[in-house]
Design a protein around this ligand. Structure first.
Ligand SMILES: Nc1ncnc2c1ncn2[C@@H]1O[C@H](COP(=O)(O)OP(=O)(O)OP(=O)(O)O)[C@@H](O)[C@H]1O
Ligand SMILES: [Mg+2]
Length: 361
């Protein structure tokens, strides 16, 4: 099936003789070697597909190339080499007019500091994208109000931006993107400037909206916990290169290199893992009791711990047809929490002894 968005061997080099630089990078040179010549390899050989309706997260430290990559996805930056296809169309073939059209109708961006117009009401701010498209006032206000309501801002339509908290202003930015009907959202650190609690709130809101809106979203963050909460799949960037792409579980349980492995040490595994990820998939059938309390493959880890604490035998994991698909013995839960976790005691009372458990995936 055709991907919504497809990047193939994308490079972006800033500075002198970019084509020579790409050649050197293809032959294995890294960023540092090029920097000596005053050339910056912002993105190096990035390839990925984003499927319709998915949240694809690009995660990496500051300077790893995330924003540059994102700007190539909507044609704001032209790749030095490689291609971007949107619904099968090569962006470079669209020309300036085609690209402007694409950016005003099909792709919306939400930035970290969403610049609202101070002398326009919240409604007018949310309607801005539609105004640019030439949508008549009555319709754009109706659609703006709908989008504001989706973002939890019903009742604030007539307010001024400076009457809103930072989190609410950011939601106006999201509403502006949603009001346009663009079904590809590019979000660059959209929640990074918010307080932790409000940030979580926005993450929840985005996930909730996504259940019904089913937009295709590329979300950029430097926060791995945020990446794991939001991403259907995550690409981890380092020094311009994508060093692993996979689901949160892939990244957490099967890091492909030392860099990713060092990153995931601080992740709260209990928030990411589900019964399906931690269960033993070769149950004999007699070690668990399916008549007692059971789990499903998508039962969150914390809930699984609570169930386990109430049972004296392993938890049975049943699929939608109530077929036994796995079991989770209590020691297994502790094993999956990893060495860096604070209090696995909440799960089974064995506390730090969990480190001795060798039963890891
Ligand atoms: N227009 C430009 N000219 C020269 N160098 C640039 C330009 N834009 C970005 N860079 C360089 O490219 C590299 C990647 O920058 P980019 O902004 O894509 O990183 P990022 O991952 O988004 O970082 P951050 O998390 O800080 O936003 C950096 O070294 C940056 O200095
Ligand atoms: Mg950036």
């Amino acid at each position: 099936m055709q991907a919504r968005l497809e990047a193939e061997h994308l490079f972006k080099v800033f500075g002198r003789r970019p084509d020579d630089a790409v050649e050197r990078l293809r032959q294995g040179a890294d960023r540092e070697e090029l920097r000596a010549d005053g050339t910056t390899a912002a993105v190096i050989d990035a390839s990925f597909r984003v499927e319709a309706g998915e949240i694809f997260v690009v995660m990496g430290l500051s300077g790893s190339g995330k924003s540059t990559l994102l700007r190539m996805l909507n044609g704001l930056l032209e790749p030095t080499a490689g291609s971007v296809r949107f619904d099968g169309d090569e962006l470079t073939a669209l020309g300036d007019r085609g690209l402007r059209e694409l950016r005003s109708r099909k792709i919306s961006m939400v930035f970290q500091h969403f610049a609202l117009f101070p002398h326009r009401s919240v409604r007018e701010n949310a309607a801005y994208g539609l105004e640019v498209q030439g949508v008549p006032r009555a319709e754009r206000e109706r659609r703006a109000d709908e989008a504001l309501a989706l973002c939890g801002l019903a009742g604030w339509e007539e307010s001024w931006p400076d009457e809103l908290s930072g989190g609410m202003q950011q939601r106006v930015g999201l509403a502006r993107a949603l009001a346009t009907d663009a079904d590809l959202l590019l979000m660059d650190e959209s929640f990074s400037a918010l307080d932790p609690l409000i940030r979580r709130d926005m993450q929840d809101q985005l996930l909730e909206l996504q259940k019904t809106l089913k937009k295709t979203i590329v979300f950029i963050t430097h926060d791995l916990n945020e990446a794991m909460r939001l991403g259907d799949r995550i690409a981890v960037m380092r020094d311009g290169r994508i060093v692993q792409t996979g689901t949160a579980e892939d990244i957490l349980l099967r890091p492909e290199n030392d860099y990713v492995a060092s990153f995931i040490q601080d992740v709260d595994r209990s928030r990411v893992l589900t019964a399906g990820a931690v269960m033993d998939t070769r149950p004999r059938g007699d070690e668990a009791d399916c008549a007692c309390e059971t789990a499903t493959p998508d039962t969150p880890f914390t809930e699984l711990c609570a169930i386990s604490a109430r049972l004296s035998h392993p938890v049975a994991v049943l699929d939608a047809d109530r077929t036994l698909v796995g079991v989770v013995p209590r020691q297994r839960l502790v094993g999956f929490l990893g060495d860096e976790q604070g209090e696995p005691a909440a799960c089974d009372g064995s506390g730090k002894d969990g480190k001795k458990v060798t039963d890891r995936a």
